[in-house]
Design a protein around this ligand. Structure first.
Ligand code: KG4
Ligand code: ZN
Length: 357
């Protein structure tokens, strides 16, 4: 089975070709990712309209390269898959419409993939992992704990009630004058700082649900920063260290509750899987390792290039769906919001967050 995957939901323009064997194993034949970080850096964040235009300019060339590197012709494809959401709608439209055009011209099945489902299924491409397992997805747009029970069967166990973790790193970086994207900058500064100098809150600690909250912590960092009249490099390092320590403690607590909820409903998970750009953070990685060991499971992290947005994960999710006969029609809609778990509701008291409600 040969599947082309297209990803355009945020600021990466990406395409890949993967092969899926009868035994369910997968192979990446090509995986081309063009990050638009340069285009957005001077605005301190992703600008949706610039992203959509860049996808229009770049996507044809990226798909061409992915097909060429995989030495594959369009008429050899078993299907074409595109991320149909959730994400920035302009970009989603570009990717999905392109996939529809290819599907129509080459009379190939179309698969409209949920971007979060693609993150959720990636570890089955890189390791022979059986269902069920627990996914911790932490990126600039998403912070979720999800029970991955089967293809198309996802139960959200926890989510953020306000900002995503990566978003909080980016906002803290911005308020301290560090460049975008802020996650790696904050991590670097934190290694030089004193995590105990500022007493930041540990959001949601000890709560029985597995939800996250980042905006109070972010405000606490802003308040401390504005109390200091002039920020010295050491102040910045200490603020970053204090912020990151609070995120680590809160995340470890939220995940251990999430793993307990998992165990109660589905029995022991085959693994704790971490994905999303935030999983690149070394301090977070080692804290996740501890959480997994304490819960009696193992931590799996796909290689960084497959944890962040890419086309191979979309192609793989497409292949997993195609193997079950799950294809889509030409009227598959692009979606800005698209819950992975159809039964999930916003946590009580919250009606809307950036994170996907
Ligand atoms: O998964 P990703 O590449 O893109 C999406 O958001 O979909 O994640 C990017 C996010 C950004 O918010 C970035 O600041 C954060 O991941 N990030 C990090 C680190 N590297 C990237 N956050 C904390 N520590 C890092 N080392
Ligand atoms: Zn993503």
């Amino acid at each position: 089975m040969l599947v082309l995957g297209i990803e355009t939901t945020c600021d990466e323009t990406a395409a890949a070709v993967i092969a899926r064997e009868h035994d369910g194993s997968g192979k990446i034949l090509s995986n081309v990712v063009r990050s638009q970080v340069q285009e957005h850096a001077r605005f301190g964040g992703v600008v949706p309209e610039i992203a959509a235009r860049a996808h229009v300019d770049l996507l044809d060339g990226i798909i061409g390269r992915a097909m060429q590197e995989a030495d594959t012709r369009f008429d050899q494809l078993s299907a074409v898959a595109a991320a149909a959401g959730p994400g920035l709608i302009g970009g989603v439209i570009v990717g999905l419409t392109t996939a529809k055009a290819i599907a129509m011209v080459h009379d190939t099945p179309l698969i409209a993939v949920n971007h979060l489902e693609a993150h959720a299924l990636t570890p089955r491409l890189t390791s022979a992992l059986d269902f069920p397992y627990c996914l911790f997805l932490a990126s600039g747009g998403h912070t979720q704990i999800v029970a991955v029970v089967g293809v198309g069967e996802y139960v959200r166990l926890g989510t953020t009630v306000d900002d995503a973790i990566g978003e909080a790193f980016d906002k803290v970086a911005k308020m301290l004058g560090l460049p975008y994207p802020g996650g790696p900058e904050v991590e670097r500064a934190a290694t030089q700082g004193d995590p105990a100098r500022f007493a930041f809150p540990r959001p949601m600690l000890g709560r029985a649900d597995a939800n996250f909250s980042l905006s109070g912590l972010k405000t606490a960092v802003r308040n401390e920063a504005s109390r200091l009249t002039e920020l010295t490099p050491q102040d910045i390092n200490d603020l970053c260290a204090g912020f990151q320590a609070a995120v680590l403690e809160s995340t470890a607590d939220r995940l251990s509750v999430g793993l307990k909820l998992f165990q109660q409903r589905f029995g022991p998970p085959h693994a704790l899987v971490a994905a999303g750009g935030v999983a690149a953070n070394q301090a977070i990685r080692s804290s996740l390792q501890d959480v997994a060991v304490k819960a009696g499971t193992t931590l799996i992290m796909p290689p960084p290039a497959l944890c962040t947005d890419n086309g191979a994960m979309i192609a793989w999710a497409g292949a997993e769906r195609l193997a079950l006969g799950l294809t889509d029609t030409m009227d598959a809609p692009p979606r800005a919001r698209w819950l992975l778990d159809a039964n999930a509701k916003a946590p009580a008291g919250y009606t809307h967050t950036r994170a996907g409600f």
